[in-house]
Design a protein around this ligand. Structure first.
Ligand code: GDP
Ligand code: MN
Length: 379
């Protein structure tokens, strides 16, 4: 999950990393108030989950309140690097003496975090990394010993700093590392970390959090759900809240499978035989009768759906559990036809349960797909 600059800067602040005075605005006119209140020139910044905004025209400068509002107006609604600008941050313009780069990221081949720093920061950091890799200091962090102040001091010295500046930079590096660890960051970066007469200030901020860790960061998980909000359909949102992996499609045949690959193959097969899948629903591994019941009920509750195709390969998932779940769901659902193809773990038991309830099961995905297409009046 890629946080926006202003979100990342909230975390920076919490960790004591200096950031410029700033305000996120909803309407361009608000830029005027803020610029007026700080009484300085400002930077008008598009808030996007990508870097390289400067080069793409997403960072503008303004010297007066009126100009700030004008620049904000110019930015809203434009596309920067293929993404529409919806949010803008107004920030005090720093008097930059020098721009450096610092970052913490995961070094996958060495199974550790790596702290990166370069005295050549700014918008051309990629070229620096390519043309003069020796200008970038890399410190692999030993996961047992961690990142200690003397490591950070050494990096700051390698960048050419001494005395107070060395200590200040060293502390920012340590704070950034602690933030990366606490937030399960895949990347956190300050580019540029600017040197000003008031010391080091983070002019930019990046924080990308590992999605697999979101159970530890509830506030971000909610935010992720919110940001998907606009993109998800009503049913998709409902499915998400129920913990179902579901994508709404246009057709009238409900599809439930286990495993993304098998479920995709099921969609393809139904389509091949002339049917129109109405959804993708992946039960995942090791589904229990309750989650199958929930999934079947959810697809049944969709008025567009005329028939349901359940395609399950029993591995960790047990076919008898699938059968139980289907029967429990049918108890409270309207009677739309259902076609079940199952094989693998507890296959015989599962088939027996279903056949006793009058539900036919099939061994072949192709046959089952043709059957469900026929039931819905397809070819
Ligand atoms: P990015 O291009 O998406 O990485 O956006 P940045 O926030 O890093 O801004 C791009 C460039 O704009 C920076 O490298 C700076 O050179 C410049 N910039 C950003 N903020 C300020 C500021 O407050 N003062 C000055 N003088 N330049 C700034
Ligand atoms: Mn930047």
């Amino acid at each position: 999950m890629k946080l926006l600059e202003h979100e990342a800067k909230e975390y920076f602040k919490k960790y004591g990393i200096p950031t410029p005075q700033a305000r996120v605005i909803k309407k361009p006119e608000e830029a005027e108030d803020f610029t007026d209140s700080i009484g300085k020139s400002v930077v008008v910044k598009a808030q996007l989950p990508v870097g390289g905004r400067g080069k793409a025209g997403g960072i503008l400068f303004a010297d007066t309140p009126g100009d700030a509002a004008e620049k904000a107006r110019q930015l809203v609604g434009t596309e920067i690097r293929g993404i529409e600008v919806k949010k803008i941050m107004i920030e005090e313009k720093l008097d930059i003496l020098n721009e450096i780069y610092v970052g913490v990221t995961v070094d996958r081949s060495n199974n550790c975090y790596v702290v990166l720093a370069s005295s050549k920061g700014g918008i051309d950091i990629e070229e620096v990394a390519e043309a003069t890799p020796e200008k970038i200091v890399r410190h692999k962090v030993d996961p047992i010993h961690g990142f200690k102040s003397f490591h950070a001091n050494e990096i700051a010295r390698k960048l050419g700093y001494s005395d107070g500046e060395m200590v200040d930079l060293s502390q920012i590096l340590q704070k950034l590392y602690n933030l990366a660890i606490d937030m399960d960051a895949e990347l956190t970066e300050i580019n540029p970390l600017t040197e000003t007469v008031d010391g080091f200030i983070a002019a930019d901020a990046r924080l990308n959090v590992d999605n697999n860790s979101l159970f530890r960061h509830k506030e971000l998980k909610e935010k992720l759900t919110e940001s998907y909000h606009g993109e998800l359909t009503k049913r998709e949102l409902e499915a998400r809240n129920k913990g179902l992996t579901y994508v709404e499609l246009e057709g009238n045949i409900g599809i439930i499978g286990n495993g993304a690959g098998l479920t995709m193959a099921t969609l393809d097969t139904v389509q091949l035989y002339g049917g129109a899948p109405g959804n993708f629903l992946d039960l995942g591994g090791g589904a229990d009768p309750e989650s199958i019941e929930k999934a079947v009920n959810f697809v049944y509750s969709d008025r567009r759906i005329d028939a349901l195709f359940v395609n399950v390969l029993g591995g960790i998932t047990r076919c008898d559990h699938i059968a139980e779940g289907i029967l429990n769901a049918r108890g409270e659902s309207e009677d739309k036809p259902i076609v079940v193809r199952m094989m693998g773990t507890k296959e015989e038991e599962g088939k027996k349960i279903l056949s006793e309830a009058g539900i036919e099961t099939m061994d072949s995905m192709e046959e089952a797909a043709q059957r469900v297409v026929a039931l819905t009046g397809g070819e």
